[in-house]
Design a protein around this ligand. Structure first.
Ligand code: CA
Ligand code: CA
Ligand code: CA
Ligand code: CA
Length: 360
């Protein structure tokens, strides 16, 4: 009788593990760079802590319209602002296929064939190699169409400075453009010897500094893409942001963007890396650009989807290569064990390490 109960329990677990939700289910971190939609998407309310804000971001981007958790939209602000999220399972790298999508609010202009509203975000991926459920492992950039171009700035670094809390809303209006009510609002300084400002406009009068952050400076590092906007009207009334070819979030309309391939991953030195699967995805705003009355260019994220949520990691070709390596076992103190018996051990086979329980 006891044995039967146990067997049923195992079956239940097996089924629940298989039910992989194809949509984002967890947000690990969110830090927008200053911008006109910051504290609005999501809304900051007095007293909100970082944990409250993360919960609000989850409400916006987890799930999909059909499962009761309708994705809304979050802004990442100016260059460097980011969000880190994941699914309720690893996203498998299926050979030759696009692996996941990230939704944004990009659209095509009916007055220009080469762009519209296009605010590219760079996508990075990571594996939970230390098995602690937290994104504190090595990150890999997905090298999109602009990665190797000379106009792309790798290792770009920018610091934003919190404006004085007592600064009035109409602190420094632009006499030529009545929509800009503060030209020197949030100062920034980068590692290319440039400084500038995220200006404030009359359409968004709330604070542009993430209000739950106590620090008076915020620094971001990453790959900066070339500015992609031009003033089609010639008089500042109509800006077009050109689409980049492929490999960026919020860059093409959702219905047209095919998604992302884990095979595009490169390490910090630009070397291609082979990843069987990933656990964490990071998206950050990838241009530092200001477009008149439409303001700074800021990536939006409106959800994401694993394109093959029930793919089996063990079913892909790379595992066969791993099997050519000899298996080694270590205890949790990192000491190599020749013949592991009862306990928890680290199994290492070639480049892969996994935690396993052995009971004999
Ligand atoms: Ca793939
Ligand atoms: Ca980790
Ligand atoms: Ca935007
Ligand atoms: Ca956008």
């Amino acid at each position: 009788m006891k044995k039967i109960t146990l067997a049923l329990g195992v079956i239940v677990i097996a089924f629940s593990v298989k039910a992989n939700n194809p949509y984002i289910s967890k947000v690990y971190d969110y830090l927008p760079a200053p911008g006109q939609f910051v504290n609005e998407m999501p809304e900051f309310e007095e007293g909100d802590t970082k944990a409250n804000i993360l919960a609000k971001v989850e409400e916006q981007i987890c799930g999909n319209e059909n499962d009761g958790a309708a994705p809304g939209m979050i802004t990442l602000g100016s260059f460097g602002g980011y969000v880190i999220f994941g699914f309720n399972h690893p996203v498998v790298n299926v050979a030759g296929k696009y692996d996941f999508k990230i939704y944004g609010n990009a659209f095509k202009s009916n007055q220009a064939s080469d762009g519209g509203s296009c605010e590219p975000g760079i996508v990075m991926v990571s594996q939970d190699t230390n098995c602690n459920g937290v994104p504190d492992d090595e990150w890999y950039e997905l090298a999109g169409s602009e990665y190797s171009k000379p106009e792309t700035t790798h290792f770009y670094k920018i610091t934003y400075y919190k404006p004085d809390a007592n600064r009035t809303i109409n602190a420094d209006p632009d006499p030529n453009y009545n929509y800009i009510n503060d030209r020197t609002y949030v100062k920034w300084k980068d590692n290319q010897n440039e400084t500038g400002y995220v200006m404030r406009n009359v359409y968004h009068r709330q604070s542009y500094w993430p209000e739950w952050i106590d620090d008076t400076t915020i620094t971001f590092e990453g790959t900066r893409l070339a500015d992609n906007a031009y003033d089609q009207s010639g008089n500042g009334s109509y800006y077009v942001q050109r689409f980049y070819d492929w490999g960026y979030a919020d860059n093409q309309p959702n219905a047209e963007a095919p998604g992302f391939k884990i095979d595009w991953a490169v390490d910090a030195d630009g070397n291609s890396v082979t990843l069987t699967h990933i656990d964490f995805i990071k998206v950050y705003s990838a241009v530092n650009q200001y477009c008149g009355w439409i303001g700074e260019t800021s990536t939006e994220v409106c959800g994401g989807e694993d394109l093959h949520p029930n793919a089996d990691i063990a079913g892909i070709a790379d595992i066969i290569l791993d099997n050519d390596f000899q298996v080694e076992y270590y205890n949790l103190q990192g000491i190599k064990i020749e013949n592991p018996s009862n306990g928890i051990f680290i199994k290492r086979q070639g480049p892969k390490t996994t935690k396993i329980i052995i009971s004999q």
